[in-house]
Ligand binder design. Sequence first.
Ligand code: ZN
Length: 334
Amino acid sequence: MAFDALIGSESLRERLATDVREGKLSHAYIIEGAHGSGKRTLARELCAALACTDRKSGRIPCGSCLACRKVAEGKCPDIIRIERGNKAGIGVDDVRFLRADVLIEPNDLDSKIYIIEGADTMTVQAQNALLLTLEEPPSYVMFLLLCENATALLETIRSRAPKLSLCPVPTDDIRTHLTKTERAFASLPEAEREEVLMIANGSIGRAKELLDAKERKPLLSRRTLAAAFVEQQLTKRDSASAIELQGSLGNKREEIGTLLADILCALRDLTLLKRTESAPLCFYTDRERALALCDRVSMQSVLHLYESVESCRKQLLRNANVRLALTTLFLMNR
Ligand SMILES: [Zn+2]
């Protein structure tokens, strides 16, 4: 009944709901989480909770009063976003604007909320300037510092803004949520839905990006190729299929690098499955298929291939000739 837009994160939602009900919200929060973990969603929900005029519905925020709708549509003048735009980071000038602006009282809501996106890109100078305001903010002001890595912020800032951490969302929760809310997800074939969830790795934002076929298809082809490589190298190993496979890998360094990372993930799955059939997997979405492959190969051959692939990946990172590195990889595993 509180912060419903935030999937998972039960304890965080309860903690914030209590703080809202008891009027104990801090005047600044650091919202930390990986790409697509819901930082903006949480910031928007907090803004709505502050703005919401309906205290009778029992829902925080209610989601339907005029104030909640304005926040959802991004039409609230008292919510101010600070972004780095095309610059490398948020500079002292951006913060100087903010320091002057906080002195002007809100005109629509009872509070004025500053959302600093990519707060971990603030220069030290900018952080020090912000600190002056964080120490003695006007009573109506709230700061939300969104970042992927809070350790990039000065200790003096961290001590004044409690951290709200967004953890990866359990895959089952993402599946349920997307099935309910995203027609594009529900209409995908089941195998493809599971691939999307596997690639998203606990990030709802990432999963939603993958509903765009242009974003999804290249990743799916790469995963198919990675699975084919593992199977060929572990079970067939004949020259003809090896040559055909090597031809399909292409010769773009970066693309092959990410392909090799996928292959290592698959091999990691196989080593875990060799030990326990219920191991959590990071590559295979079809456990039965992975187990069937596992049955056909020895632990030693999986580990040997892992080492060869890892060595090839390192060579490519050190700028080795792509074709040569791949040929060595195929030769090493004959
Ligand atoms: Zn409301």
